[in-house]
Design a binder for this molecule. Structure first.
Ligand SMILES: [Zn+2]
Length: 495
């Protein structure tokens, strides 16, 4: 995520009751011994105890949906293909709001109950460990937009001509039932029916469109597993540009109304739409540049979504197709930098994803460092200059910042979005990488970042795994360095 400055609050979550286990034999495939029990209502993230769920692992989401901009109603069926990781009498999906109409497990009607963001499903018969199963949830309603104290509006935006989805860390559950935590990634297929004449965009590759009875269904498929918060949806009027460069297939979707948006009526210059076009045109160049340091681009598709949403103040690295607020494109340098940031996340954040939200600096520190590498390439700055300026002036560069810059621990910032997305996570995170580079030298440093992206592709990771890798490739003991930069609430002393 890239943010344009804003403020904080904490969300309260309530623990939910569990459905009691029912005693019945598994009807094949899986074997279970002893009494099947309900899956846990959370996946085990200390920051967000009820995010994700226990007892199963998702392989695929198939979202067959319809969105009507006239009513803001989203409706359809989400089919979740998963494997039980324990003998399950019941299990949860995360779902916020919306009306559940029916639930089946492997085609058989299942009972369900709801408590806050937990949708608890009790299959007709328990599911044995290792059993593969498919849950189909039919639902509808007007998805609620998240009012995030730090990010402003987030999640499911209702726009003038449609809708746009981008939110982190908790947004997927506001529009589809999910195991809503990055530890459990899955492939995703989204079919979105929209009124004829509008476009519907999601992640991955466009497989086709078909129009019937005044509705056009756009079918997208992303084969490479992704975290649920990285699934996006855009509905509205978009210019879609499809092209292929170096074997990567791009789909860019740009709101045509941005062409007439002038960043500053008092200054002659390009429109927002023109800055967007120029920045998106550089995506293949950015991907090639980042590949030189990080290894091959991890996905088969790429692109961007830029929608004219006045209430949106951030960009998000939605997998293969980041979503950008138009406010980034008032200036060509900023426009290029936000594209660099979100594309860097395709390696760090999307392909290599978080095992727990505490480790968010592994996403944001790397994406910020990628911006510094880009500034160097463009002759505008260097990582050393960025580091030095922050080291000397961090307190004045972020006036009024609460908590103050040096007091936030990038390695354990805290659960509130004002902390997860605090400048210390980004800038001090990037400074941590530069401090590592200074100690181990360029050769070992770039081996580490490449190895991190390639050896952990498709995996959920922790900070400890990164520091272990850095020690292995540098042949140095780095405890003191990481302790000072990631876990000490003060400005580290330079060696
Ligand atoms: Zn970011």
């Amino acid at each position: 995520m890239a943010r344009r400055p804003v403020v904080l609050v904490a969300t309260a979550t309530v623990l939910v009751g569990l459905v009691p286990a029912t005693a019945a034999a598994d009807d094949g495939q899986g074997q279970w011994s002893g009494e099947p029990t309900p899956g846990a209502p959370g996946i085990g993230d200390p920051y967000y105890p009820l995010d994700g769920n226990g007892g199963y692992d998702v392989e695929h989401y198939d979202l067959d949906l319809r969105y009507d901009p006239a009513t803001d109603v989203l409706s359809g069926t989400a089919t979740v293909e998963a494997t039980a990781t324990q003998d399950l009498s019941a299990f949860d999906l995360d779902l916020e709001g919306l009306e559940v109409r029916s639930v089946t497990v492997d085609g058989r009607p299942a009972t369900w109950s709801r408590d806050g963001g937990e949708l608890t499903i009790t299959p007709a018969r328990p599911l044995g460990q290792d059993r593969e199963f498919a849950v189909a949830v039919t639902y509808d309603g007007v998805p609620a937009t998240i009012q995030d104290p730090a990010l402003g509006q987030s999640g499911f935006f209702h726009t003038a001509d449609g809708a746009l989805v981008a939110g982190q860390p908790e947004s997927a559950a506001t529009w589809f039932p999910a195991n809503d935590h990055p530890r459990d990634a899955a492939s995703v297929a989204v079919s979105i029916a929209v009124p004829e004449g509008l476009e519907g965009i999601s992640n991955g590759a466009l497989e086709g469109t078909r129009t019937q009875d005044g509705w056009t269904t756009w079918s997208w498929r992303a084969e490479e597993p992704m975290a649920t918060y990285l699934v996006t949806l855009a509905v509205g009027e978009f210019d879609i540009r499809a092209y292929e460069v170096d074997g990567i297939r791009y789909w860019d979707a740009v709101d045509p109304s941005l062409a007439g948006l002038d960043p500053d009526p008092d200054v002659a210059g390009p429109s927002v739409g023109e800055v967007v076009d120029a920045a998106l045109a550089r995506q293949p160049e950015v991907i090639e540049f980042l590949s030189e340091s990080f290894g091959p681009y991890p996905f088969s598709t790429a692109g961007a979504i830029v929608d004219n949403v006045p209430g949106m103040a951030f960009a998000l690295e939605t997998q293969t197709r980041p979503v950008y607020a138009p406010g980034f494109f008032t200036d060509p340098v900023q426009g290029d930098l936000v594209v660099v940031h979100e594309l860097a996340h395709q390696w760090y954040g999307d392909s290599v994803r978080l095992d727990a939200w505490q480790h968010i600096w592994l996403n944001e520190g790397f994406a910020t460092y990628a911006e510094w590498l880009w500034l160097e390439r463009e002759g505008l700055s260097t990582p050393q200059k960025e580091f030095d300026q922050l080291y000397a002036n961090a307190d004045t560069l972020f006036p009024g910042l609460q908590p103050p810059f040096w007091t936030v621990l990038p390695g354990d910032p805290g659960a509130a979005t004002s902390l997860l997305f605090h400048p210390a996570v980004y800038q001090r995170g990037a400074m941590t990488l530069h401090a590592l580079r200074q100690v181990v030298g360029d050769t070992a440093f770039f081996q580490v970042v490449d190895e991190w992206a390639t050896s952990r592709a498709g995996q959920a990771v922790t900070t400890d795994e990164f520091t272990t890798l850095a020690e292995k490739f540098s042949g140095r003991e780095l405890d003191d360095l990481f302790q000072a930069w990631l876990y000490t609430p003060e400005r580290p002393v330079l060696g």
